[in-house]
Design a protein around this ligand. Structure first.
Ligand code: URA
Length: 255
């Protein structure tokens, strides 16, 4: 006994977006669903949701989609939106059509604004999502910003001060780190996720962000091999790395 949860085959495949339970029954009758090479014709049978199931279960000769509980990283292109409320193509449109019909649905872990590119995490695992976006999590997120004006030189101190207030907000920002890359380019690491935070921070420092790209979340960096619009499943180690990463000095427990 593996101890893995059991789920009816028709429910599993319907939840993965392969069709209605009736359509799946028909696919099974036609011998299109196989487990370790054997046709599964009884859709009421329960299958164990083991880690290797999607590799052993085939539909029309292809390995089944990843089981529920997935985490993806996407290299979000500028111009794609994370919100159904905003006009324009959705980041979800970059996923295979079937993945958009999954239950539980895949949603982005937090948001990047429409014109921001780079590392976006997506999941159907509500518990994982909440661990990352919890206001208490303070997971570091690193961005590269291209700036309209040359840096003045005081930005690192202003961002690290814990005193900076964004326009219209009373609560000062947590300390953030800024690393100067060139006069018009900087990396910033933020430990919270306020609305358009990086752009508004540079605006508060008298500058304007021309392009913003997220390079890492926690200890997970966007690989160079992932082209804009591409996505990849996270393995167990990569998932754990999202929750790791250095705490900023100002947030470390004081002894
Ligand atoms: N800061 C921004 O301004 N935009 C983002 O998408 C993320 C951080």
């Amino acid at each position: 006994m593996s101890g893995a949860p059991l789920l009816r085959l028709d429910r599993l495949l319907a939840n993965l977006g392969y069709g209605s339970r009736r359509e799946i029954q028909e696919m099974a009758r036609q011998g299109r669903i196989t487990l370790a090479g054997e046709a599964l014709r009884d859709v009421e049978q329960r299958v164990a949701l083991t880690a290797d199931l999607s590799a052993r279960l085939s539909i029309d000769g292809e390995a089944a989609d990843p089981l529920p509980g997935l985490v993806l990283m996407m290299n979000k292109p500028a111009g794609a939106t994370c919100s159904h409320k905003e006009a324009g193509p959705l980041v979800y449109d970059l996923l295979p059509g079937r993945w958009r019909r999954r239950e539980p649905a895949i949603s982005s872990i937090g948001r990047l604004d429409k014109e921001t590119s780079g590392l976006l995490l997506l999941t159907d695992d509500g518990a994982f999502l909440h661990r990352i976006i919890s206001p208490r999590a303070h997971i570091p997120k690193r961005y590269l910003a291209e700036l309209e004006l040359p840096l003045r030189g005081n930005e690192a101190a202003v961002f690290a001060s814990g005193q900076l207030r964004l326009a219209g907000e009373a609560k000062p920002l947590l300390p953030a780190e800024l690393e100067v890359i060139s006069p018009h380019k900087a990396a910033v690491t933020l430990y919270e996720g306020r609305y358009h935070q990086a752009r508004r921070m540079f605006a508060a420092a008298g500058n304007r962000v021309l392009a913003l790209h997220r390079t890492s979340v926690g200890g997970l960096s966007l690989p160079d091999s992932l082209e804009a619009g591409g996505f990849a499943l996270l393995d167990t180690a990569q998932r754990a790395s999202v929750l790791s990463g250095p705490a900023p000095l100002a947030l470390e427990p004081r002894i």
